[in-house]
Design a protein. Structure first.
Length: 263
């Protein structure tokens, strides 16, 4: 029996996390190789104060599973749950909605298409108007402000505390990944955020990723990540149909296992 295709998983998750499990479930080997790590915000009081005011919010919008974790594990959030003060919840896509469900929350608004503009449009359609609506957006420190601008243009009052920081891993942590790539021991590499690709190039002191990844099948979780990879000279050959771990694993398996059968 031939060995399973080996995939470098650059997502910041435990070795047996959601993407790793999804890759393994479709017959691929997930090799743990995070290029970023998630850290608490430098100013924790900002998020604490925002969550202490949940009873004065109309919506909380989540644009990542990390933001869900940062809020739902917070003491102020749990206090709000206890007194029934959680406002309506919106999720940027199904994967984020699924993470909310793991904490026992149902997203009241999930757009058909993932993305900031789609989420803002879905909220407007759901409420009729966002004029004067108070929206809490717990965000990453490097989050693009597209969503906040779209909501503000629609009349919402947006509170956007940093809920977590996305940081590059040390260069020493990438040595094994570079060695595996250059030795030809990997069949593919997957990226789940623009920062996972951008930090890889920056930490290695590279202007782009084209030469490093030229012999690998590159896979992306969605359009924003695809755009970042393309800008770095490594346009992905595989993109998930929807931005979720299962969709990414399915798309990658279809490509890798089909190629294996033809060989």
């Amino acid at each position: 029996m031939s060995p399973r295709p080996r995939v470098a998983n650059t997502r910041d998750e435990p070795a047996g996390g959601p993407l790793a499990a999804a890759l393994e479930s479709v017959g691929l080997e997930s090799w743990h190789a995070p290029t970023v790590h998630i850290a608490p915000p430098e100013n924790a009081a900002e998020l604490t104060q925002a969550l202490a005011s949940l009873d004065r919010m109309d919506w909380v919008v989540f644009t990542s599973a990390h933001a869900v974790d940062a809020c739902c594990d917070h003491l102020e959030w749990r206090r709000a749950v206890d007194v029934g003060a959680i406002p309506r919840l919106a999720a940027v896509g199904r994967a984020t909605a699924a993470r909310l469900a793991e904490y026992g929350h149902v997203a009241d608004c999930v757009p058909d298409e993932s993305g900031a503009s789609s989420l803002a449009s879905a909220l407007t359609e759901r409420t009729g108007t966002l004029s004067g609506t108070r929206v809490l957006w717990p965000r990453a420190d490097i989050a693009r402000r597209t969503l906040a601008l779209a909501l503000a243009r629609a009349g919402a009052v947006v509170v956007a505390p940093v809920a977590y920081r996305t940081q590059p891993v040390p260069a020493s942590s990438l040595a094994s990944l570079v060695a595996e790539i250059r030795s030809g021991q990997l069949d593919a590499i997957v990226f789940c955020s623009p920062s996972s690709a951008e930090h890889l190039a920056r930490t290695l002191g590279l202007d782009g990723l084209g030469s490093l990844l030229e012999n690998l099948l590159v896979a992306s979780i969605g359009p924003t990540t695809t755009a970042a990879l393309t800008a770095l000279g490594a346009p992905p050959q595989v993109e998930a149909a929807t931005p979720s771990a299962s969709a990414l694993a399915t798309a990658l398996a279809a490509r890798l296992l089909r190629s294996e059968k033809r060989a």
